[in-house]
Design a binder for this molecule. Structure first.
Ligand SMILES: [Ca+2]
Ligand SMILES: [Ca+2]
Length: 206
């Protein structure tokens, strides 16, 4: 009896030991940070950042360009930016090479993680580079940089990101959204030149 319990107890002990050493699902992995301790320098020689969410966002200083890497796979990098009152968030993100598995793209999130801005669809050739304005109320925002498609990583070739708050020179403001759209009449107005053209067309037709 004791002899039959012995092997069973041993099996349970082995199973428990295996369960303990099996790596658990790690939130950091799903957020793109493979864990700086988990990856060697050969995978991401540029380094693995610890920016994985809004709370760990890297603060950017206006006008100062900062380097980042999309590595490891599904890496997401968060940057904290501040938009001043009555201004446009001017965002620049550029890659340094065109032959790379990574195609950078970005989202702009508010403090609650809601998407309030997106990168335009990239249709250009060559090195990917964004230089875009986003009309946003004054406040703090988070730019999340990632690979478009989440299927590329590049630990050798960085991207660069910078921002400024630029004054909006549009004299027609405010008309930035549906609520403040400028109403225009659907009535067709013909100038004197067009009226005479219309008369001559009518004469030729009759
Ligand atoms: Ca990164
Ligand atoms: Ca990251």
């Amino acid at each position: 009896m004791h002899s039959s319990q012995g092997p069973r107890a041993a099996l349970v002990a082995v199973w428990l030991a295996a369960a303990c050493i099996t790596p658990a699902c790690d939130d950091n992995n799903s957020n793109g940070d493979g864990g700086i301790e988990e990856l060697g320098s050969t995978t991401c020689p540029g380094g693995v950042d610890k920016s994985v969410d809004i709370a760990s966002a890297i603060p950017l200083t206006s006008g100062k360009e900062v380097q980042g890497f999309v590595c490891p796979l599904r890496d997401q990098d968060y940057f904290k930016v501040t938009n001043n009152d009555k201004s446009l968030l001017h965002l620049k993100i550029r890659q340094t090479v065109d032959v790379t598995p990574v195609s950078v793209t970005y989202l702009i999130l508010d403090k609650d993680g809601k998407t309030v801005g997106t990168a335009p669809v990239w249709s250009g050739a060559g090195i990917r580079s964004f230089d875009d304005y986003h009309c946003l109320p004054a406040g703090t925002y988070y730019v999340m940089v990632k690979d478009d498609g989440d299927d590329g990583q590049d630990g050798q070739n960085p991207y660069w990101i910078s921002f400024t708050s630029d004054t909006d020179v549009d004299t027609g403001e405010p008309n930035n959204d549906f609520a403040t759209a400028t109403a225009i009449s659907a009535k067709l107005r013909l100038g004197s030149r067009n009226r005479s053209k219309l008369r001559s067309m009518r004469m030729r037709l009759t």
